[in-house]
Design a binder for this molecule. Structure first.
Ligand SMILES: [Zn+2]
Length: 387
């Protein structure tokens, strides 16, 4: 905080440009910044965001005021820049508000400020088969918050990382996942053991080849991050394969826009059932965010229910589905590596699809442990580390 003004946040907002002038209009205040940008702030917006202790509880820094408790036509009696460079507003009903210029600039909603914020948002860096694999060291991640932040940024932006030097005792995975935050438990446990089992409750627990997929597409919210830690890998085969689902979706959008549209629009059901549970989720394979960027891929052929689309849509869905799967098999998108004991994958499960080649249990043991952490935990941890 560079002024004594309060604000409803725990992070700081550097002073990008000082306030140089204030002009009151009928329904808004026009603020001029030292770098000549002009930002309008409606009276409603300013009153709504008043950070005073009556409007924001100082302990939680959460808002107490509800804007409906203030007159809709409230106007200002006076607005000025004070000696500390804050915007001070005296309201007609006697309330006073004081805004830190760093905070105000960070939340200004003139076109230029909004465009700047949009441009500054983290962007996914799409990759193909030539990805230089981002590799991190376990000890550094456990002991050094700067190293941890670099790893988490790579997970967020690239969606596939490898960690080396992880102890090979079962359960070691838990410690590094908890460096981020809470582990997401599922019906497969807090940690799941990827081993071939006679009574397998998933194709994952066999020696079969597993095609490219996301985990738990059967849930309304697929786990954000997946960790896969290799304890033992003596069996022939079993290489890990990854593709950037966002890169495939992007290529599909350019090369076959009709199929892209079908996968964004037509929901598909994924099912995971055993003797004790029955999870089902109906959702499109490609999800877009509010501005039309691909935000999620949902895919596991072995967990898919029969398509339920209209008679007219069925051929369109099959065409699109075949095209997508065919693209996941194209060499241009695939990264293939064998994971050795003490190495761990951490990837964005809602973006990076993973696969495993078949392995031969007769040639040796193979034991991986895995767990999930949600994307919210990753993003929150990054913001706190950046404070
Ligand atoms: Zn107030």
């Amino acid at each position: 905080m560079n002024t004594a003004a309060a604000f409803a946040d725990f992070r700081t907002y550097p002073l990008i440009s000082a306030l140089s002038g204030v002009q009151a209009l009928a329904d808004r205040i026009l603020v001029t910044w030292a770098d000549t940008r002009i930002s309008p702030f409606h009276h409603q917006w300013l009153r709504d965001n008043c950070p005073c202790p009556q409007c924001v509880y100082t302990v939680t820094r959460e808002q107490v005021l509800e804007i409906v408790d203030v007159a809709e036509d409230l106007t200002t009696a006076n607005a000025r820049v004070d000696a500390e460079g804050c915007l001070c507003v005296d309201w007609q009903d006697g309330h006073q508000s004081r805004f830190d210029p760093g905070w105000l600039r960070a939340h200004a909603y003139d076109d230029e400020s909004r465009a700047e914020r949009r441009a500054g948002k983290p962007k996914s860096r799409l990759w193909k088969s030539d990805l230089p694999l981002p590799v991190f060291d376990y000890q550094a991640l456990m002991n050094d918050n700067d190293a941890l932040l670099q790893w988490l940024l790579a997970v967020r932006d690239i969606g596939l990382t490898q960690v080396r030097g992880v102890p090979t005792e079962p359960g070691s995975l838990k410690l590094i996942a908890q460096r981020i935050s809470f582990i997401r438990e599922s019906n497969f446990g807090v940690l799941f053991n990827v081993q071939s089992k006679a009574d397998a409750d998933s194709n994952a627990y066999t020696a079969f080849n597993l095609p490219l997929h996301s985990d738990l597409p059967t849930r309304e919210l697929q786990p954000g991050l997946q960790f896969l830690h290799c304890l033992v890998n003596d069996a022939d085969g079993g290489e890990s394969i990854f593709v950037d689902g966002f890169a495939i979706a992007q290529a599909l959008r350019e090369e076959d826009p009709e199929s892209f549209k079908a996968l964004c629009e037509i929901p598909v059901e994924f099912r995971n059932k055993d003797r004790h549970s029955d999870y089902r989720c109906l959702a499109p394979i490609i999800a877009l965010d509010a501005v039309g960027h691909v935000s999620e891929i949902r895919m596991a052929n072995f967990l898919r229910g029969p398509f339920d689309a209209s008679v007219d849509e069925m051929p369109r869905l099959y065409r699109a589905y075949r095209r997508f799967i065919a693209m996941t098999r194209e060499a241009r998108f695939r990264v293939m590596t064998r994971l050795n004991p003490g190495e761990m994958w951490c990837f964005d499960n809602r973006r990076t699809l993973h696969a495993r080649n078949a392995f031969d249990p007769a040639t040796g043991a193979r034991h991986f442990q895995g767990c999930y952490v949600d994307r919210d935990e990753l993003l929150s941890r990054i913001l706190v580390l950046q404070r």
